[in-house]
Structure formats: C-alpha cells, structure tokens
Design a protein around this ligand. Sequence first.
Ligand code: ADP
Length: 449
Amino acid sequence: MIEKVLIANRGEIALRINRACKEMGIATVAIHSTADSESMHVRLADESVCVGPPPAAQSYLNIPAIISACEITGADAVHPGYGFLSENANFAEIVIAHKIIFIGPQPEHIRLMGDKIAAKRAVASLGIPTVPGSEGAVSSDSEAAAVAKELGYPVLIKATAGGGGRGMKVARSPSELPLAWSTARAEAKAAFGEDAVYLEKYLDKPRHIEIQIIADSRGKVLHLGERDCSLQRRHQKIWEEAPSPALNASSRTEIGATVTRGLSKLGYLGVGTVEFLYENGEFHFIEMNTRLQVEHPVTELITGLDLVREQIRIADGGALDLEQDDVVIAGHAIECRINAENPFTFLPSPGRITEFHAPGGLGVRMDSAAYSGYRMPPYYDSLVGKLIVHGKSRNECLMRLRRALDELVVGGIETTIPLFQELIKQPDILDGAYNIHWLEKFLAARKPE
Ligand code: ADP
C-alpha cells in the first residue's frame, strides 16, 4: 500500500497531486528549490525537502537529491507530474531500483515513446495510423531533399527527441529546405543535446486531437475520449476542449478502439495520451505522452474521473473498476492556460502577484498555485494557472468561460487573460471552426493595443 508520496514537481501540478493524495489518505512530501520555499505546494504538503538552488537542473531535475529526499522522509512512491523528470526513463529506473514505486508507466515505454521515430514505428506496427514521413532519422541534406521530394512539399523537419514544439521547422519548397533542415538541427541540439531530425508531410489544416487512455496491470485498457488542442501558439497549446467540435460519437469510438487495441498489445500501464493530427476525416499519429498532461482536467470534468487518483491506484497494483461502457462523456469542458506573459508580445512577466482572485461557481475549476503576494520566480514556466469550465453543452461552457474570465483577477503582473477574453468573442471559436494554424493567423492579423 502506498502510504507516502513524494511529489517531484512544483506549481499547480504539485498541488493537484497533493489534493488527490489527501483525498486518498496518503501523506505527501513536497520538494522545492530555494526559489520556491514560500510556494503553495510546499505549504500544503505534509513535509517538504529543499533539493537545491533555483535552476531546475540543480533542483527539480536533481535525481540524487530527489532520491535522498525519498529516503530521508520514507516516501514509498514518487509522482513526477508533467515536465521535469516525468518522461525521463532513467529517473523511473532509478526510483524503481531504490524500491520506490514510480507512479507512471514502465521505463521501457517512456523510453520508446521519447524517441519519436521509434515511437512512430512502434505504433504503426500496432495498427495506429501515422503521419507520412521519413523511415527514420535523416542525416544529410541530400537525403532530406530526396525524402521531401517523395513526400511532396510542404514538409516539416522535426527533432527525434522533440518536445514543447522545439526543433521543428517547415520547408514549403526545395529552396527553403537547407535552411529549415540546419535550423531544426541546431535548435534540437541546443534544446535536447542531440541533433537527430526526421521529416514529415506538413499538414495544411489539421486539428490536434488527442486520445486519453488509462490502463491497469490486469491488461485492461480504456480510452476516456479525446481533447481538441488545436489552438496553439508556436506549437504550444493554450486552449483545450473536449469533446472536439470536429468528432462525432462513431469517429470517437473508432479511434478510441484503435488506440486501446494498440496499447493493450504493447502492455502499456497507467495514463497516457496518444496525439493525432486529424484532417479530412483521417487520424495521423504524431506522438505519445507517457505521463499526466497539463490539460487532463478537461477529461476529468467530462468523465467525472480523478486521473491522479487512478494513476496512484494503478501504480499500487489496483485494478480499474470500470469498463469501457461505463465511461460516459457528459457535457463539454474547456481549459485556458493563463500565463504570466504580455498578451500581445508574449514576453514573460514574472514578478509579484499583488492581487489574486480565482473565479468560482458551478462548473468552474481553477488549478493554480498562485495567491495574493506570491512572487512568481523567473526560473520556471510562466503558467499562473489553468481555468477549466464545464457546461451541459458547448454553448453553456463558452458562456460560463466568459463570465469566469471576467471574475478572474491577477494583479501586479501581465497575463494572457485579455487574449482569452478576445478569443471567446471570435465567431470561429464560437463555431468551433478552427485548426492548428488558426491562432497564429489570428495573432498576426490583430492590431497591437
Ligand atoms: P512536440 O513534442 O514538440 O510538442 P508534436 O509532434 O507533439 O511536437 O507536435 C506539436 C504540434 O506541432 C502539433 O500539435 C501540431 O500543431 C504541429 N505539428 C506537428 N507535426 C505536424 C505536421 N506533420 N504537420 C503540421 N503540423 C504539425
């Protein structure tokens, strides 16, 4: 039985995990850098351990310090959250080698899906459709030219180790290819320490639709429907909703069945998300995330399930106590990622939050570690919080989101709240008629303040 969980993360996700543990009667240990000693995740956990100075490499990514923290506090499980060490197979292996439960999938599956080429190959062999692209890494520009010609332009050059939209460049014609290829490699090298890249057909008007799955150690794999994360800036999601305005029940059932069949062949364990681009009625796999995602609350609101609770139960050897038919999608949910950024230039705006008021009422959830007087450190991501709303219909959800955005107060720093207030008035958003390029076009066309 898991009795004490060390939460190897910070901010809103550390709070989110802390909440699930508390409701399960499990004790919690927070870790923090010296920059985060006043943080809410530290205040709410039962115990806390400082694991290093502000830079993440020396604290939240400091594996020896985190393992020591487990040993000092007697934590018998580690939850990695998202980001940081959540998709680091070595970390999972080290945790397990210390006889501590890793709340996540098996290290081999984390490793497999972390290599995007290997992941594409593996899922293709499991019967999951993928984006047309190169067979493997493309190591010379002449090879890139040959592959691009075969795929047809435009093409996308992507980092094998990719994540967060980095190391990704489009080439629309043969003349654009050499620069795109070398820039993608340089970006990949800088971000991930390796410059391996591959090519994919660049899709012109797809939606980003991802399938949430959950699997237990008894071989049961369920899907919890999809999330539509097409509203992106620089390949980063800012608004996620479920169900997707583009899918109907039969397409959902079909893709859900394909994914669950594939992952049960793989023997996957825990929660995971299979990401697709969806265009002209067809799904094309792009990657799989072997962790809890930022946007998981959207799925929680439409299914009524607590994904973190399920993760902990599964890691503890528990069985899913529902069948696919018991997963009922009810109503509609939307999440907005509120960032500490200028809503026009998107320059980060860390600093002291002088005033903080979260919206409330029926169907409104605010996942945030902010409070009045909280100083957002400049060292980590700029997420102030996630505003998630639920309504019986998409329309009710949009109306509720509008009023919740009006209630939300974050003073003292700049945030992206005004961007969402603008988005919620756009006819295309109201109609659900947007693809992955919509937001960039909208931002390029709007006038600065
Ligand atoms: P990362 O791991 O960096 O997040 P992904 O492969 O998940 O990269 O892709 C992130 C986003 O980039 C997608 O949601 C989509 O908007 C865009 N993208 C990725 N592959 C393609 C493609 N083949 N064509 C068009 N856009 C793509």
